[in-house]
Design a protein around this ligand. Structure first.
Ligand code: NA7
Length: 548
């Protein structure tokens, strides 16, 4: 416990309460304990892993390279965990996260099956009072809500959804007992990364599968590969350099940049370059592409034309091929899926594509789905319809801050925050992985930055006798001005994407990423930490209580 925290210490159960035991929450707990704080985690699931606990649908996997997504705080951990593939599957990822929890003796600090129902700031006691649905109550000095940006499943608003008499599953809340697809008639709604991963995994098992597509995606091959002994040795030998690169990279990947603008190549050379890019792993299609891919519309259109021809060359039925080609956004404007065998699935006789743009939903009933074209019977409907991105978990957790701030109503017109993990009137409450947190790269690298900064702030507060961290209104305004000014320049500019909240019925359309990326994040955090009291964000509980 802090020696300088003052009169309120006796009232708390724990100094740091982490909510959520996913990738970010596990790291936050580890760092808090490592820094000598008393710490505890409440986790809604019956196990740890967060998205990698809930998204257990067939073929769920990373599309960031396994070792760049994993933790980097321990070389021993990095060396002793052998990832089987460049892009690991969900069971392997879940095992890894369990291994980390046991390896660092974190499990005794984690209470699973404890979904938080409310979190209120007790101004008199300067503590957070967190209650769970089971009735547990924890008083904590600091709360780190690592509840994830993609953790609340989004369901489409179709008439009669509840009437379906067959089996219905959301990819983000998949059952623990395996779903038997053998010989079943299946509808998959949604063709984002989850739907595009699932389709090839079940197409050979089911009797028939229809994929309901609203917006075509620029899906490209993942180009996965096993990790050989040589590759593993290289990773281990180059750990320090890898950490350096991943920490400095704006996107958090190891991919080699192209090193050139498109104008450096002739038309013929550009086609050869795009072939090379097509064969590159995962996000390298964005990060190793021409520098001006995302800034020069003509270059992007040329790459899109190359991709469209690839789709036409893979998909045998020309009508289906044309339906699968995006017409309304450039490559990268919407988060592209990187998947093995997606387009190839539509060549199987039992797989069909249904374009919701041409034939929208009419209703769901007991036996299946009706579109404006006709009714189709199903045994299973899979909702691969994404999540209430960025704000979903935080606005459902009953968070009440200072001056009776109710986060769910305060954020109705879009979230206001500082640095994507804190907010004015929410003293001592951090939400890494929340809105404006990630810049659109490899998530764990962004959230590692956030947790490292939060942990350093807690240590600094302890060492200098501060009890309260709360960004000032001016600091928050400055951050939000940066978000609003730079949002139009973000490559993820398609306004109908979940990065604008557009996939959730009735949600206000506001940009939910950090368009300034890691560079702006660090610049503004450095500005804050240039004074001992972080420009007024740090204060002492006694002062705050008296002032209040
Ligand atoms: P995404 O990427 O949000 O994709 C959801 C998909 O579901 C997408 O194709 C949506 O179409 C579709 N969708 C959503 N609502 C509807 C309705 N009402 N009707 C029809 N289709 C709908 O979620 P994923 O789970 O695939 O991936 C989430 C993240 O996981 C991803 O960002 C990566 O970080 C990994 P739309 O494009 O909105 O027209």
């Amino acid at each position: 416990m802090s020696e300088v925290a003052g009169q309120f210490d006796n009232d708390i159960d724990v100094e740091v309460l982490v909510i959520g035991a996913g990738v970010v929450g596990i790291y936050a707990l580890h760092q808090a304990l490592d820094a000598g704080f008393t710490a505890q985690t409440l986790e809604a699931g019956e196990g740890v892993g967060g998205v990698w606990y809930w998204n257990r649908y067939p073929s769920a996997r990373f599309d960031s390279e396994s070792y760049t997504y994993a933790y980097l705080f321990s070389k021993k951990l990095f060396d002793e965990w052998r990832w089987k593939e460049e892009f690991a599957t969900q069971p392997e990822i879940e095992s890894y996260l369990n291994h980390v929890v046991d390896r660092f003796d974190l499990r005794r600090h984690i209470r699973t099956g404890e979904k938080v129902a409310s979190a209120s700031f007790d101004e008199a006691g300067q503590a957070w009072v967190v209650r769970t649905e089971k009735g547990s109550v924890v008083r904590a000095r600091w709360v780190i809500s690592a509840t994830g940006g993609l953790s609340v499943p989004n369901y489409p608003d179709i008439d009669g959804l509840g009437d379906f008499g067959g089996q219905a599953y959301h990819t983000g809340a998949w059952p623990h007992t395996p779903v038997d697809f053998v010989g079943k008639r299946v509808a998959v709604i949604g063709n984002g990364p989850s739907g595009a991963q699932l389709l090839p995994a079940i197409v050979d098992t089911v009797e028939a599968v229809d994929l309901y597509q609203r917006t075509p995606t620029w899906t490209t091959p993942l180009n996965n590969a096993p990790i050989s002994d040589e590759r593993q040795a290289w990773l281990s030998d180059n750990f320090e350099d890898i950490v350096k690169t991943l920490s400095a990279s704006p996107t958090g990947f190891l991919h080699e940049p192209a090193g050139k603008f498109s104008s450096a190549d002739s038309a013929q050379e550009r086609q050869a370059f795009y072939e090379k890019i097509w064969k590159s792993p995962g996000f390298a299609k964005l990060t190793s592409n021409y520098y001006d891919l995302t800034t020069n519309r003509e270059v992007n259109l040329e790459f899109c034309a190359f991709l469209a021809n690839k789709i036409r060359s893979i998909v045998k039925d020309p009508v289906t091929a044309e339906r699968l080609i995006p017409k309304d956004h450039l490559f990268g404007a919407k988060r592209p899926p990187f998947v093995t065998g997606y387009f190839e699935s539509f060549n199987k006789p039992n797989a069909s594509l249904i374009s919701l743009r041409e034939t929208p939903f009419v209703r769901v009933d007991a036996t299946g789905i009706e579109t404006t074209e006709r009714h189709r019977d199903y045994d299973i409907i899979v909702f691969a319809t994404g999540f209430d991105f960025g704000t979903g978990a935080l606005t459902r957790m009953g968070i009440r801050g200072r001056e009776d701030l109710d986060l769910s109503t305060d954020w109705e017109d879009g979230p206001s925050d500082f640095a994507g993990f804190s907010a004015h009137l929410l003293p001592n409450f951090f939400f890494p992985g929340g809105p404006h947190g990630a810049g659109g790269g490899n998530y764990p690298r962004y959230s590692q930055d956030q947790i490292d900064w939060i942990t350093k702030t807690l240590i600094h507060a302890r060492d200098h006798g501060y009890d309260v961290f709360e960004p000032t209104a001016a600091q928050q305004d400055q951050w939000m001005t940066m978000i609003e000014t730079l949002a139009p320049q973000s490559i993820f500019s398609a306004e109908h994407s979940h990065y604008y909240g557009a996939n959730v019925e009735g949600k206000v359309r506001k940009f939910l990423l950090n368009p300034g990326g890691r560079a702006k994040l660090h610049e503004m955090l450095d500005e804050m930490t240039s004074t001992e009291d972080f420009g007024g964000a740090l204060s002492r509980a006694n002062e705050t209580a008296h002032a209040g």
